[in-house]
Design a binder for this molecule. Structure first.
Ligand SMILES: Nc1ncnc2c1ncn2[C@@H]1O[C@H](COP(=O)(O)OP(=O)(O)OP(=O)(O)O)[C@@H](O)[C@H]1O
Length: 343
């Protein structure tokens, strides 16, 4: 890669040297999928960095294809990063062998978007939930008993343990997926669009469940979603991704009340406001065109071809992720961050 796009590293928020290490620390994480035939590699994730504290929820948002799932999959090591690092509880786990990863798999689990397709249709619910425990060496009887406890914990009827996934609704199937993720007692759950395949009324139930489980079990969530209303409800902090990079990251209230990156502002301007009068009078920011291909990112700021505020420097120089106000733990990758408040 020869563009300015590739040359500027994206540093993450500076670690607090006095404090304990965060539960999860991601630095400069990059995934370049090989291109088809002789085409350029697809830089699906390009220098992503953030910290996630014990018990915290970080939302990862952005349009389809911006690299959210790939980031999550690298963190749980379903994908091997091209470069960068993942540190869990102070330990660099980026390149652990599958064998060395086994104890870690207890601690970091994933919940998937489509509950039915992520559950084996030929296994009973008890077997699905017990599976991670059997892999970790539990006896069949212990694993089954624990699976039934977990069913109760997530609001399923333990007596239904011998039923099969197709006998459950979408919301119930997602409860099974959550129970399976909790089986080994994780501290970190990467939830990849956990409610976007569900009906709106069911979404609220699953979000409530995840919030209750977090409070009871002290879980940290990396909550991947494209629905900004859901993220607003569940997250403490938000990271906005565009074309493989974080363009804005900070406390949820600040990002929602005063989005600084033009892309964040455009995404938020499409979220309906609860007050009909405010909704009628608000400005909508329409983005031009579709996101470019990560196989051929534009030079300079990769958002510039769609940015309503782009200037000459944006076309040649990639803005680093940096703080925009002293004392505020928020970072924005924009040459001209907005300071106007809400959209
Ligand atoms: N195995 C793969 N091989 C090649 N390209 C891939 C592969 N997986 C993902 N990509 C590409 O990487 C980019 C990021 O994909 P990713 O699924 O991480 O995005 P996303 O933000 O999670 O979007 P969505 O919500 O649609 O899943 C996309 O351009 C996608 O086409």
């Amino acid at each position: 890669m020869t563009t300015a796009h590739a040359a500027v590293p994206h540093p993450a928020p500076a670690p607090d040297p006095a404090g304990p290490p965060p539960l999860l620390r991601v630095r400069d994480l990059t995934m370049a999928f090989p291109g088809r035939r002789r085409s350029a590699p697809v830089r699906a994730v390009d220098g992503v960095g953030f910290d996630l504290a014990e018990g915290e929820t970080l939302g990862l948002v952005g349009e389809s294809g911006c690299g959210k799932s790939t980031t999550g999959r690298m963190i749980v090591r379903l994908l091997e990063p091209t470069s960068g690092s993942v540190t869990y509880a102070g330990r660099d786990v980026t390149h652990l062998s599958q064998r060395a990863l086994k104890p870690l798999r207890r601690e970091i689990q994933m919940v998937f978007q489509d509950p039915h397709s992520s559950l084996n249709p030929r296994q009973s619910v008890a077997r699905i939930i017990a599976d991670p425990l059997l892999v970790q060496g539990s006896s069949a009887a212990d694993a089954r008993a624990r699976a039934q406890e977990l069913m109760e914990l997530v609001g399923l009827i333990p007596e239904h343990a011998d039923r099969f996934p197709h006998e459950f609704s979408g919301g119930q199937a997602q409860r099974i997926g959550i129970a399976r993720a909790l089986a080994t007692g994780p501290r970190l759950v990467v939830a990849d669009e956990p409610v976007s395949a569900l009906d709106v009324s069911v979404q609220a139930q699953i979000v409530n469940l995840m919030e209750r489980l977090q409070a009871e079990l002290g879980l940290a969530y990396l909550f991947i979603a494209h629905d900004l209303s859901v993220v607003k409800r569940v997250c403490d902090r938000v990271a906005v991704m565009y074309l493989g990079r974080i363009v804005e990251i900070g406390a949820k209230d600040r990002v929602y009340e005063a989005p600084a990156h033009p892309y964040t502002r455009a995404l938020l301007s499409a979220v309906p406001l609860p007050d009909p009068a405010a909704e009628r009078s608000r400005e909508r920011i329409t983005l031009l065109g579709d996101p470019p291909s990560p196989a051929a990112p534009p030079p300079g700021c990769t958002f510039h071809p769609r940015c309503p505020k782009a200037q000459a420097v944006c076309r040649v120089e990639a803005p680093p992720l940096r703080s925009i106000a002293a004392g505020e733990p928020r970072e924005v990758a924009c040459h001209f961050p907005e300071t106007d408040g809400p959209v």
